[in-house]
Design a protein around this ligand. Structure first.
Ligand SMILES: [Zn+2]
Ligand SMILES: [Zn+2]
Length: 218
């Protein structure tokens, strides 16, 4: 196969695969095609195609500024894109952003139901370093200030650490949910206004106004 033909084939394979990823994350297919046509990129310009795809990922992030779970998925897909087509130059950073969005999502959830004892677990990757997270659990605050993943020097080949945060609730030996006793005063059955509670509400307020900032910008 001559060089030109090889180049065109590679260009089209990147375009096909990445456009599929963008559409599966919610990018409107017609809009994507029309943006691509307007860009006037030709098949010899692989670098421009990659930049175009990267900018569409950023558009998706803006469109989904209110949806942290989606933000986490988009950043993960960006990590994979960077690994597949750009020698992984942004992979670690994008994994990190993906995990952060997920943790923030969990934090909001836990603030909405702050009497439940939420804990973070790690769904581990394959190597022994990743597997060492099995059966451990952490508080959300611990992971927000000292995240354990992505493991930077683990032995998972290629893309590296694929560990993922998960959310669980603490249960006692009978399988009953353990409630956060801080939030309740069992002696007189009335709800105490606790500092933790108050801080949690303020925290939620701060996060919501942070998200509204994105909304207004658009
Ligand atoms: Zn890992
Ligand atoms: Zn690993």
């Amino acid at each position: 196969m001559n060089e030109n033909l090889k180049q065109v084939k590679k260009f089209n394979s990147i375009k096909k695969s990445c456009f599929q990823r963008l559409v599966s994350l919610g990018f409107d297919e017609n809009k994507l095609e029309s943006h691509y046509l307007n860009s006037a990129i030709v098949e010899s310009e692989e670098g421009k195609l990659r930049d175009f795809i990267w900018s569409k990922y950023h558009e998706l992030l803006h469109e989904n500024a209110q949806d942290l779970q989606k933000q986490s998925q988009i950043h993960w897909s960006m990590a994979v894109f960077s690994y597949d087509y750009e020698n992984g130059k942004n992979t670690l950073q994008q994994k990190d952003l993906s995990h952060k969005a997920r943790l923030l999502n969990y934090e909001i959830l836990s603030l909405q139901q702050n009497s439940l004892n939420y804990r973070i677990v790690i769904i581990p990757g394959k190597c022994s370093i990743c597997q060492s997270e099995k059966d451990k659990n952490y508080t959300i605050e611990e992971m927000r200030s000292n995240p354990v993943i992505p493991h930077k020097n683990c032995d998972c080949s290629g893309f590296g650490c694929i560990c993922m945060y998960g959310l669980t609730t603490l249960r006692d030996e009978n399988g009953d949910l353990i409630w956060n006793e801080d939030s309740f005063d069992y002696t007189n059955k009335s709800r105490k206004i606790k500092t933790n509670d108050k801080l949690a509400r303020e925290g939620a307020g701060a996060i919501i106004s942070f998200l509204n900032l994105f909304k207004k910008k658009r």
